[in-house]
Design a protein around this ligand. Structure first.
Ligand SMILES: *[C@@H]1O[C@H](CO)[C@@H](O)[C@H](O)[C@H]1NC(C)=O
Ligand SMILES: *[C@@H]1O[C@H](CO)[C@@H](O)[C@H](O)[C@H]1NC(C)=O
Ligand SMILES: *[C@@H]1O[C@H](CO)[C@@H](O)[C@H](O)[C@H]1NC(C)=O
Ligand SMILES: *[C@@H]1O[C@H](CO)[C@@H](O)[C@H](O)[C@H]1NC(C)=O
Ligand SMILES: *[C@@H]1O[C@H](CO)[C@@H](O)[C@H](O)[C@H]1NC(C)=O
Ligand SMILES: *[C@@H]1O[C@H](CO)[C@@H](O)[C@H](O)[C@H]1NC(C)=O
Ligand SMILES: *[C@@H]1O[C@H](CO)[C@@H](O)[C@H](O)[C@H]1NC(C)=O
Ligand SMILES: *[C@@H]1O[C@H](CO)[C@@H](O)[C@H](O)[C@H]1NC(C)=O
Ligand SMILES: *[C@@H]1O[C@H](CO)[C@@H](O)[C@H](O)[C@H]1NC(C)=O
Length: 461
């Protein structure tokens, strides 16, 4: 049934779609191991299920299979959030969350060298759309969902109209490909049918092979490009209260593209990686700073680490749990309430937790220190967590204690055990003013209005 609210919303979307122009900046900043990095995320599939799929097997034969790559928590949205900003901020659910403008994300790193970036979200109704979802207008089935869109979660990205319009749909991808205006960094989200969320891995893998095969034949697309095919998380079914999750949230991940030397095609790499490794690898590749969060200590894809000489860590998985997260400002407690059998779910985060403070002093795995804006915003404040670790942990809530990481080395081996550490500082006083370095242009107030309308109705649907 169409309510007045949804009719008003649809009219607003149509009006905005008629005028919102996609933004397609281009650049050619050369780097160490690849000149483009594109990631395509499918949904909710156990490693073993994806590895058994014949289309996935074909895709891995074309590149390097990463056998030890991990999502960082459940459910979906915090994983997408993590891949853009280096933390989940305690997020434990899939609703409307916004990360404040004083928190930086990958676009801020790329912008330091003018490296072009974009997102391609299938069936996003128009470039820069910030609504909660956009459904198939004939069947009313879900298509685009905000929870699978990492950059839209970050206020520092979407308050800027030009930046927001770099969040495009698949029509935009086809146009950029045809016009040779593809960016150097992109995040790609198929709709919830194609990404296996509302279907299954058989369907998702078939879509992915079909979509990738065409690109693997395209010289313009392939040249010096690295593509990561991965999943947000392993199996996750909230309706099944007896569900057990693969404790490490290991997801079947494949590196493809022209940046991969022929002799490595069809090989495997068992280095420990997480979604945070995507940020660290991009930093190391282009010589960019870190966000100073969990990307800071993350392992770097071998294809880059081999060039910078960085020695990754081996992480013992025995006591590593990446199937939940430590509490933070975006924790609602919904997951616990749900599993506890609550019927009247509380849906907003509590204000108990402050926004975590990044490490502004570390050199980080990529080797270029921390972004200047981050340093200015958080100078003099004590980092909330030990962000130089290759996996997330928190001594206060007891998250991932007792995990051992050993640096890989041809000559010496050093072992660090985080058990006795107390590096998670007491909550720092946040008195610094919000930096205004992100206000490059003002977005149309129309979009802001739309966001407000959608936010208002998101929970009544
Ligand atoms: C994609 O975005 C463009 C530009 O904003 C818009 O005109 C078009 O209708 C959108 N296409 C789809 C399939 O949503
Ligand atoms: C969002 O999804 C709901 C169903 O959950 C649907 O009723 C509504 O029309 C969708 N909104 C848009 C803009 O597609
Ligand atoms: C998802 O996208 C495909 C095209 O890739 C389209 O055919 C399909 O209708 C979309 N899914 C839904 C539920 O509309
Ligand atoms: C996915 O669903 C299709 C259609 O229902 C079915 O044929 C196929 O066996 C399923 N795949 C898996 C891995 O369960
Ligand atoms: C995480 O995995 C561990 C070990 O399998 C399990 O005991 C625990 O219940 C899981 N946590 C959640 C939130 O599912
Ligand atoms: C990195 O170097 C190691 C050791 O020489 C080698 O085995 C591996 O294949 C290299 N990996 C890549 C992706 O170049
Ligand atoms: C932080 O983590 C790194 C890497 O695991 C470790 O070497 C270091 O000792 C840790 N620092 C503290 C204060 O626990
Ligand atoms: C960590 O190890 C200590 C000592 O072996 C043990 O008492 C404690 O329960 C462990 N903590 C966790 C969270 O596994
Ligand atoms: C960042 O913004 C949040 C939300 O507005 C605020 O609570 C926090 O104090 C700010 N942090 C700093 C260091 O300015």
């Amino acid at each position: 049934m169409k309510t007045t609210a949804s009719l008003v919303l649809m009219a607003a979307i149509r009006a905005a779609a008629a005028t919102a122009l996609p933004e397609s900046p281009v650049s050619n900043v050369r780097a160490l191991a690849f000149d483009r990095f594109y990631q395509v995320w499918l949904e909710n599939t156990a490693y073993s299920a994806s590895a058994a799929d014949p289309n996935m097997q074909w895709l891995s034969s074309q590149g390097i299979l990463l056998t030890n790559y991990h999502g960082v928590t459940h459910p979906s949205e915090p994983n997408y959030c993590a891949a853009a900003g280096g933390d989940t901020f305690g997020m434990d659910w899939d609703q409307w969350f916004q990360v404040p403008a004083n928190i930086s994300s990958v676009p801020d790193l790329l912008d330091t060298k003018g490296i072009s970036w974009a997102e391609y979200q299938e069936q996003l109704p128009y470039a820069g759309f910030q609504g909660f979802n956009y459904s198939n207008q004939e069947t009313l089935k879900d298509d685009y969902v905000r929870r699978h869109n990492p950059l839209v979660l970050y206020d520092a990205v979407v308050v800027d109209d030009t930046r927001a319009r770099q969040i495009k749909n698949f029509t935009g991808f086809e146009a950029d490909l045809a016009n040779k205006k593809l960016p150097q960094w992109a995040f790609i989200t198929p709709n919830v049918t194609n990404d296996a969320h509302d279907t299954n891995i058989t369907f998702g893998a078939k879509w992915e092979r079909h979509w990738m095969s065409a690109l693997l034949q395209n010289d313009y697309f392939m040249k010096d490009t690295l593509v990561l095919l991965t999943f947000d998380e392993d199996i996750y079914d909230i309706s099944d209260k007896s569900a057990t999750f693969d404790q490490g949230s290991r997801v079947h991940s494949i590196l493809l593209g022209g940046a991969i030397p022929d002799h490595l095609k069809g090989t495997t790499d068992d280095t420990f990686y997480t979604h945070y490794s995507t940020i660290a690898s991009v930093s190391a590749n282009w010589g960019l700073p870190s966000l100073g969060r969990w990307d800071c200590g993350a392992n770097i894809f071998e294809i880059v680490a081999n060039k910078t000489g960085y020695l990754n860590y081996d992480v013992d998985l025995t006591n590593l749990y990446l199937n939940y997260t430590y509490p933070g400002p975006l924790t609602t407690g919904i997951l616990e309430q749900y599993f506890g059998g609550a019927t009247n779910l509380k849906t907003s985060p509590s204000s108990k937790w402050t926004w975590p403070v990044p490490n502004v002093d570390a050199k980080c795995s990529a080797g270029y220190g921390v972004l200047d804006t981050v340093k200015r915003t958080y100078s003099g404040m004590k980092a909330t967590y030990n962000y130089t670790s290759p996996y997330p942990w928190d001594s206060v809530s007891g998250y991932n204690l007792n995990v051992t990481a050993t640096r890989k080395s041809a000559y010496t081996t050093t072992t660090t055990t985080d058990t006795s550490s107390t590096s998670r500082g007491s909550a720092a006083t946040e008195t610094l003013p919000v930096l205004s370095g992100t206000s490059r242009g003002t977005g149309p107030s129309f979009n802001a209005m739309l966001v407000a309308v959608v936010a208002l109705f998101a929970f009544q649907q």
